[in-house]
Ligand binder design. Sequence first.
Ligand SMILES: Cc1cc2nc3c(=O)[nH]c(=O)nc-3n(C[C@H](O)[C@H](O)[C@H](O)COP(=O)(O)OP(=O)(O)OC[C@H]3O[C@@H](n4cnc5c(N)ncnc54)[C@H](O)[C@@H]3O)c2cc1C
Length: 288
Amino acid sequence: MYPAPFEYHRARSVDEAISLLSQYGSDAKLIAGGHSLLPMMKLRLATPAHLIDIRTIDGLQYIEDKGDYIAIGAGTSHAAIEKSDLLKQKMPLLPQAAAVIGDPQVRNMGTIGGSLAHADPAADYPAAVLAAGAQLVAVGEDGERVIPAEEFFVELFQTDLDEREILTEIRVPVISGNTRGAYLKFPHPASRFAIVGCAALVTLENNVCSDVRVAFTGVASTAFRDSGVEDALRGQPLNESTIQKAAEQAAESDELEIMEDNFASEDYRRHLAKVYAKRTLMQIASAF
Ligand SMILES: Cc1cc2nc3c(=O)[nH]c(=O)nc-3n(C[C@H](O)[C@H](O)[C@H](O)COP(=O)(O)OP(=O)(O)OC[C@H]3O[C@@H](n4cnc5c(N)ncnc54)[C@H](O)[C@@H]3O)c2cc1C
């Protein structure tokens, strides 16, 4: 399978990439790791006339401690995030999600910016950045914009990014000493994408859950935070009985449209959401 013909541009800086995006408009696409875009081009689901390579930009690959948050360059590979000791210590959700993406080849080539911008409903990072309370930095002709993760994912394969903007940085708040997090997923046996993935962060104060953030991927057309589970656990002690009750609320919102396909029906996905909410929260409880 061959993609449609395209012209290849190698951007040397964010400014150059933005100017190329402005010049070619909707005929252009950025390419980072290529691990989502190239398969789509080969299937002719994407036929950009101009490909702007941003992997060649120096300074988009970093993981830096900024005090309150960790800054991750959008061009940072899944493998670098998986191996980062800084993230393991200060925001373990991201390395846990990165570690279960695809296979080593995908993790070496794919980038966090590419994954988030692609907004695949079964991708792993979206649940992790939602539970983490991340902020996403986009740069365009009009300058820089900081988008909370909760406003970033708009629809299936659709984000708040303008087609002339580049996602440059992901900012994840560092967790405090009394917070634990976990990401677990039920992977599709062939692709390893999430049929259901659950990311959660829980803060304990005086032995009760003072803050609870639970997000799912794979369940609906975009990743989402599940207030049903969060509300059921907030103010409660963290034990098997309270976790079971909270997990039963997973994917129960009337506003939620649960996906179904040949592999997983709506009922099965809802069931898996409850199972994975429980497993994720039990893993967190055992980490305190
Ligand atoms: C076999 C296989 C298995 C996989 N399994 C998983 C899995 O289990 N879990 C999972 O989450 N993912 C999985 N993936 C997807 C993988 O994580 C991709 O690498 C990732 O989704 C896209 O990142 P990329 O850097 O390759 O982006 P690209 O493919 O280069 O780009 C993807 C899209 O994002 C845009 N884009 C890229 N960078 C930016 C940027 N900085 N700013 C704005 N737009 C940008 C591009 O224009 C394009 O539209 C799998 C992929 C393959 C091929």
